[in-house]
Design a protein around this ligand. Structure first.
Ligand code: NAD
Length: 275
């Protein structure tokens, strides 16, 4: 089998997606970068977004273009700012003329008991992990409705389905993302638009690396215990989910084969929420 089909999970979806335009928020790192890479492999043009070192981001942009022969632009939009989000969508139209696919992926985490959970962290997590999806969706839906085609993928979490202690803002935001996903799916169902939430379990990205010491402190454990007894303990496979697995699902959701999947929460969490 060709390497491309292994990466994207669906050669058919990959073939039909060439030339489409996708915005992937928070794609300078981790899951977003994995999804952007899978989309580029499928021949899609990409608007990257996220924070980081300017030279490294430019390297990522050029590398995606060179490896996949697609066009890749970058928006520095801050997902906590509604005006920046509207500008990112406008910049994508300027660069590529249209927006076919929106992946709301940018997110942050903070782990602390509710009594001491900093209110500014609550506000930031609700803004970046939940409200940003609202602002981006409302900016792209009119165009998708007019063209009777669109794909919106919200990267939620297993924490959109179940809770864990010490993650009040994150769990609230991710449950909210699921409500938003279902609502917009109903509003757009007759317009060739699908809206779905991918619900990953633990993926070893900078977001998870940062929460290991925080969780160790909150639970009185060593960092090794957090990995074995908290993170991997949640997942019956005892394996981390990979960014390639999530990228392959995102490509599948963009294809015609997935046209009847909308308003769904798709768990990719090694059996976590089956327990
Ligand atoms: P990550 O830290 O590797 O990447 C987060 C991305 O979001 C980065 O590109 C970062 O620059 C960007 N970002 C953060 N704040 C931003 C802001 N204000 N404006 C614009 N961009 C911003 O994390 P990740 O693990 O890849 O997480 C991506 C998404 O996946 C998040 O929504 C997260 O909640 C979700 N998720 C992660 C896991 C996991 O185990 N890693 C599990 C379930 C869900």
């Amino acid at each position: 089998m060709h390497a491309t089909s292994t990466l994207t999970g669906s050669t058919e979806a990959a073939r039909e997606l060439a030339g489409k335009v996708a915005i992937v928020t928070g794609s300078t790192s981790g899951i977003g970068l994995g999804i952007a890479d899978s989309f580029a492999t499928a021949g899609m043009n990409i608007m990257l977004n996220g924070f980081g070192n300017a030279d490294e981001i430019e390297q990522i942009r050029r590398d995606l273009e060179a490896r996949h022969g697609v066009r890749v632009a970058y928006s520095p939009a801050d997902m906590s700012k509604a005006g920046d989000i509207v500008q990112m969508v406008a910049d994508t139209r300027s660069a590529f003329n249209q927006v076919d696919v929106l992946v709301n992926n940018a997110g942050i985490q903070h782990v602390e008991p509710i009594e001491t959970f900093p209110p500014q962290k609550w506000d930031a997590i609700i803004a970046i992990n939940l409200s940003s999806s609202f602002h981006a969706i409302r900016a792209v839906v009119p165009e998708m409705k007019a063209r009777k085609w669109g794909r919106i993928i919200n990267v939620a979490s297993a924490h959109a389905l179940v809770a864990s202690p010490y993650k009040s803002a994150y769990v609230a935001a991710k449950h909210g993302v699921l409500g938003l996903t279902k609502t917009v799916a109903l509003e757009t169902a007759e317009f060739g638009i699908t809206v779905n939430a991918i619900c990953p379990g633990y993926v070893m990205t900078p977001l998870v690396e940062k929460q290991i010491p925080e969780t160790a402190k909150a639970r009185g454990l060593t960092e090794e215990q957090v990995i074995k007894d908290v993170l991997l303990h949640a997942q019956p496979t005892r394996q981390f989910v990979t960014t390639k697995q999530l990228g392959a699902l995102a490509v599948f959701l963009c294809g015609t084969a997935a046209a009847s999947i909308t308003g769904a929460a798709l768990p990719v969490e090694g059996g976590w929420t089956a327990q």
